[in-house]
Every structure is written in structure tokens, then in C-alpha cells.
Ligand binder design. Structure first.
Ligand SMILES: Nc1nc2c(ncn2[C@@H]2O[C@H](COP(=O)(O)OP(=O)(O)OP(=O)(O)O)[C@@H](O)[C@H]2O)c(=O)[nH]1
Ligand SMILES: [Mg+2]
Length: 591
């Protein structure tokens, strides 16, 4: 394959600006898929992607346009998955930056454009959705010129199929061909890897130089392990065997790799016989930032939950889990996620694909704690926080956030962010009535309903993006929740000292509403150490549900109890108290 005729690009944008729909049009125009296989956002294959109408995982496809080969990678727009974008970019020479003509530049537009610039890629701006009645393509053209210095946008309606040919022409003309040489030793970047039940580990690669074909011996430079290539191929979009892949090409290979951990994303593949000396730059490893515990509602499901997590992890290296044993909740797992959406998705997949009923505790960030003895540790679970008299210092993760909003909402938004301990950095005007705000604030303040608040304050117009910056010293305390004097670990939380009283009071009130009445009173308390700071009581229920059946038919009575038991599926017994799933999530709603 002549590299002169290859173009590798990603489609990047703010969430919902039309990346996957534009990909549809490119697939259609180039007849990559027969019409009977076309459907809307055809690359979003996962059931959850289709249901929610969002892309979760990046997808690669090869297109033929004239005598060119185009390798397209469609990426997700949601901030939780931005690591997918940075990975995709490393396999490309250019990007299509899609911008919704009715919304203009949004937070992830900026964030993704900067990523592409940083990687030195050619950027083709695409102003999409020009069919919408409130589209303002001229203003958006001016915005991207002023803010990003990008010119000559292409105007499209991905929905109506307008501008598709211009996009293809621009790809060919404006994105450079790949640089590597075919007659050099093999060097290929792993930009993704998945576990396929039939093929085993499938490694997605971008060949930077040299070539690879079945039968070749390859070395994964990260681990130094050697394998024999059994199959190579391309994405069309389903995997299709090829005779080989050479410099500049994007495709996949399998090599009897058993463990996904051997095929680490970001690693470099080279030839065993003629290896290169230095690996490619690779990626920053993604670390989970948000942690929550998952417990099976029925304790006998613990083994199935472990199985399900192990399988899920095979295709999602960004999430982590370790076994944990809680006095109150029994055996479960402490899991790490990239953000709240990621957490929701993992939980939903477990419940659906593996038919599990789960109790999920409220998410928490990782704290860095230095003890008086001078030891520093990561605390991923509030229950593991050392007692106050052992702690010298607590640090919590901070993020830098960009919020883009119509100027009229600036005031209330600044108030919101400052209430979340935000440190103001800067305001810029993107045009007359759109502003971008930069703040630094604790991640812990964002995982509690920040996004919902931002959306409601701005009537849905503000968008935000963030990146992790560092850990900073914080004045935080742990609040324990007790039910009839028994500590419930899944409910305790770490919060800033100044917010402890308020949060404890709010949570206790919410729990009162969420906990059903029992045959005895349930005392709910919030406490810091031994000091109770909030208290409520759920009054006892008088009536026994089976009382009306007294003396009656025993089978009916048993049926009724059975029915009740089913209704309790997502309840957890804490001592004698049944706690519904909502109780664990009420913590999230406290503001
Ligand atoms: N009117 C109009 N709607 C469009 C156009 N392009 C996309 N849409 C709609 O916008 C919504 C989002 O489209 P997607 O293609 O899923 O957006 P995306 O950028 O891939 O979204 P994520 O992958 O979740 O970030 C869908 O309802 C599309 O039908 C367009 O040109 N005009
Ligand atoms: Mg998409």
C-alpha cells in the first residue's frame, strides 16, 4: 500500500454535535456498508449506546474514496471518555472537528481542539446541523476563527446528507499522508484492545513504520513478550482479514495473546527478529478517579458478581475493582471509575448483561492521607480513613474546569462554582454573548449533582469540561451514619468541615424518607467521631401485613411473604433494618 493514498483521521466534537451521524454519511457515500445494513449512528453498536444515543467507545472503520484509503475513528464526546479521544488521536494525522451550528463552540469543542492541536494534527472544522431553524453558521464560523484560529470550515447537515462530498475532498486535500517508511523495522502503536470470545485478545493498531503479516514473530515492548501473529485485518466496520498491514495503516491483529494485560493500550509492537530500540511515546495511563462500592443485593450472588466484573474488565481497562468486606453490607467490591457516567454504565451493564441486582454506594473521590507517622496512602473508601488523631494531613484531587455559557447566566454560575469551593481563574468572551469561565475546584464538589445544577441554572445552555490537575490540602472530615446505633459503612462520607453539619442534616432527612417503616422505630444519626450532629427517627409501623390473614389460609400467607421478599430485592439488611437502594444514593442529592 502506497502511503501517499492513505489518510488517517478522527472525528471529534462536543457531545451530540453529530460525529456518529457524520460518520454514517461518510460510510454511506463511500458505500462501505450496503444500504440494508445502514441505520442511524451505525457505529454505536452497544445496546446502551443506542438507547442513550451517545457514543461510549471509539470505533475505527476503513473507507475507500476514489483511490484513497481513509481510516476513520469515531470518538465519544462525553468528558468521562476523553481518554478515548486522546488515544484515537495518536493513530491519526488529522481530525474533523464537528461543531453544531445552533450551539457553536462548547466546552468539549475547546478541550478536544486543544488535544488535536497539542498532538500537531491537521484540523478541519465542520459546521454541522445547518438545516436547523436556529442554526447560525456565520456566527459559528467567526467564533472558531477568533477562538481557535481555524479557517475554511465545511458546512454540513449530516442528518440530511448535505456537504458530505466536500468533507471527503477536504480529508484528501487537507490531511497529510502518514510519514513512516515501509522498509524500516516494524513499529506499531496499540490504540485499543478488546477481548473477543472467538478470537481471544484483538489488538487495534496503527502501523507507524514497517509491516506485519500472519506468521510474523512480534514483540510487545512493554512486557518484552513475544508472540506469533495469527491474523491481521481491517475494520469494514466489522473485522475483515487482510494479507498484511504496512506503514500508515490502521487495523487489527491477533496473536494468541491470552491475557488482555499483555496487550496494553499505548504499548508499541515491534518485530522479534529486527526490533526497534525505542517504543513510541504511548499514552498517559488512565486512573479511575471516582470510587463506589458494589454489593450484590442477595449475598449468594457474590461469586456471579466477581465473574461479571472480571469479564467486563476485559473490555474496559479503565475501570478497577478489589474485593471488600463491610460489616454492614457483607462481601462486595470497591470499584474505580472515570466519572459518574462511566459508573452508571458499568452498573447498568452488570444488571442487564449479567442479571444481577446491585446495591451501589455513593461515589467518593480518592483522598491522599499522610499519617502522623509520616506514611502517605490513597484512601479510596471513606471507611478506610484513619481516625482524626492519626492524621497529619488530608489532600483531595482538584480539577481545572472550563464552563462555556451565554453571558446572561455568568452571575448565577459563578455563585454556584464558588459555593463549591471553586478558585476563580479567568473569564473570556468567545463572542458578544458567549463567555468561557475557568475555575479550579475539588473533584468531590463536582461529583455531587454539579452538572444538573449547572444545566438547570443555565436552562441547558452551559457546558463544561474538566481535567485533573493535582491534589491539594483540605480540611475534610468523615461523617458516619448510624442506624439504631449501628454504623453503616456504605453511607459514611468525607466532606469539607464547613459542609459537614449541613450535609449530615440533609442526608439524615432524606434517609428518613427513603427508609420504610419497620415494626420498631429506626433511629438515624449522623456523627463525626463520637459526636452526633444530626438525628431523625422513622416511627414504628403498627400493623403486621399478615395480620388480616390471621387464622386464614397458610399458603396465601406464604405467598404474601414471598411477594414482599421479592419487593425487597434491592434492599440490604443492616442489623434488623432494611435499607433500599435509594438510601445509598440520597447522599448524591444533598447539596
Ligand atoms: N437536525 C440535525 N440533527 C443532527 C444532525 N447531525 C446529527 N443530528 C442529530 O443530533 C443528535 C446527536 O447525533 P450523534 O451523531 O449521535 O452525535 P455524536 O456527536 O456522535 O454524539 P456523542 O458520540 O454522544 O458525543 C442525533 O439526534 C442526530 O440525529 C444534522 O445535521 N441536523
Ligand atoms: Mg457519537
Amino acid at each position: 500500500m502506497d502511503t501517499e493514498k492513505i489518510r488517517n483521521f478522527s472525528i471529534i466534537a462536543h457531545i451530540d454535535h453529530g460525529k456518529s451521524t457524520l460518520a454514517d454519511r461518510l460510510l454511506e457515500y463511500t458505500k462501505t456498508l450496503p444500504p440494508r445494513k445502514m441505520r442511524e449512528q451505525v457505529l454505536d453498536e452497544m445496546e446502551l449506546e443506542r438507547e442513550r444515543g451517545i457514543t461510549i467507545k471509539a470505533k475505527a472503520v476503513r473507507l475507500k474514496y476514489k483511490d484513497y484509503i481513509l481510516n476513520l475513528i469515531d470518538t465519544p464526546g462525553h468528558v468521562d471518555f476523553s481518554y478515548e479521544v486522546s488515544r484515537a488521536l495518536a493513530a491519526c494525522e488529522g481530525v474533523l472537528l464537528v461543531i453544531d451550528a445552533s450551539q457553536g463552540v462548547q466546552a468539549q469543542t475547546l478541550a478536544n481542539a486543544y488535544l488535536a492541536k497539542g498532538a500537531g494534527l491537521a484540523i478541519i472544522p465542520i459546521i454541522n446541523k445547518i438545516d436547523l431553524p436556529n442554526a447560525r453558521p456565520d456566527e459559528v464560523e467567526k467564533q472558531i476563527k477568533d477562538i481557535l484560529g481555524l479557517e475554511d470550515p465545511i458546512f454540513t447537515s449530516a442528518k440530511k446528507g448535505r456537504g458530505t462530498k466536500n468533507v471527503l475532498e477536504a480529508i484528501v486535500e487537507r490531511i497529510p499522508e502518514p510519514m513512516g517508511k515501509i522498509n524500516k523495522p516494524l513499529q506499531a502503536l496499540i490504540f485499543d484492545s478488546i477481548y473477543d470470545p472467538y478470537r481471544g485478545v484483538v489488538v487495534y493498531i496503527r502501523v507507524v513504520q514497517g509491516s506485519v503479516k500472519p506468521g510474523d514473530r512480534i514483540r510487545l515492548m512493554g512486557t518484552g513478550r513475544d508472540f506469533e501473529v495469527s491474523e491481521v485485518g481491517i475494520f469494514s466496520p466489522e473485522m475483515r482479514k487482510a494479507t498484511g498491514l504496512s506503514s500508515g495503516e490502521v487495523g487489527y491483529l491477533t496473536a494468541n495473546i491470552k491475557d488482555l494485560r499483555d496487550a496494553k493500550v499505548g504499548d508499541t509492537i515491534t518485530g522479534t527478529l529486527n526490533p526497534v530500540q525505542k517504543p513510541l511515546p504511548g499514552y498517559k495511563e488512565v486512573k479511575p478517579f471516582v470510587f463506589a462500592s458494589l454489593y450484590p443485593a442477595r449475598s449468594e450472588d457474590f461469586g456471579s458478581l466477581r465473574n461479571a466484573l472480571t469479564k467486563l474488565k476485559l473490555n474496559d481497562a479503565s475501570f478497577s475493582f478489589v474485593e471488600e468486606n463491610s460489616l454492614a453490607l457483607g462481601l462486595g467490591f470497591r470499584c474505580g471509575f472515570l466519572g459518574l457516567l462511566h459508573m452508571e454504565i458499568v452498573q447498568e451493564r452488570l444488571e442487564r448483561e449479567y442479571d444481577l441486582d446491585l446495591i451501589t454506594t455513593a461515589p467518593s473521590v480518592v483522598y491522599r492521607v499522610t499519617t502522623k507517622e509520616g506514611e502517605t496512602k490513597r484512601v479510596e473508601n471513606p471507611s478506610k480513613l484513619p481516625s482524626p488523631n492519626e492524621i497529619k494531613e488530608i489532600q483531595e484531587p482538584y480539577i481545572k474546569t472550563i464552563i462555556i455559557t451565554p453571558a446572561e447566566y455568568l452571575g448565577p454560575i459563578m455563585q454556584l462554582v464558588q459555593g463549591r469551593r471553586g478558585v476563580y481563574r479567568d473569564t473570556r468572551y468567545l463572542d458578544q454573548d458567549t463567555a468561557s469561565l475557568t475555575y479550579e475546584l475539588p473533584l468531590s464538589e463536582v461529583i455531587f449533582d454539579f452538572y444538573d445544577k449547572l444545566k438547570s441554572i443555565s436552562r441547558g445552555y452551559a457546558s463544561f469540561d474538566y481535567e485533573h490537575i493535582d491534589y491539594r490540602k483540605t480540611d475534610s472530615v468523615k461523617v458516619n451514619i448510624l442506624l439504631n446505633n449501628e454504623k453503616v459503612e456504605g453511607l459514611s462520607f468525607i466532606t469539607h468541615k464547613e459542609k459537614a453539619y449541613y450535609r449530615a442534616r440533609e442526608l439524615v432527612t432524606r434517609l428518613k424518607k427513603a427508609i420504610p417503616q419497620h415494626l420498631f422505630p429506626v433511629a438515624i444519626q449522623g456523627a463525626i467521631g463520637g459526636k452526633v450532629i444530626a438525628r431523625e427517627t422513622v416511627r414504628a409501623l403498627r400493623k403486621d401485613v399478615t395480620a388480616p390473614l390471621y387464622g386464614g389460609d397458610v399458603t396465601r400467607k406464604r405467598k404474601l411473604l414471598e411477594k414482599q421478599k421479592k419487593g425487597k430485592k434491592r434492599m440490604k439488611e443492616i442489623g434488623k433494618v432494611s435499607l433500599p437502594q435509594e438510601a445509598f444514593l440520597s447522599i448524591l442529592k444533598v447539596d
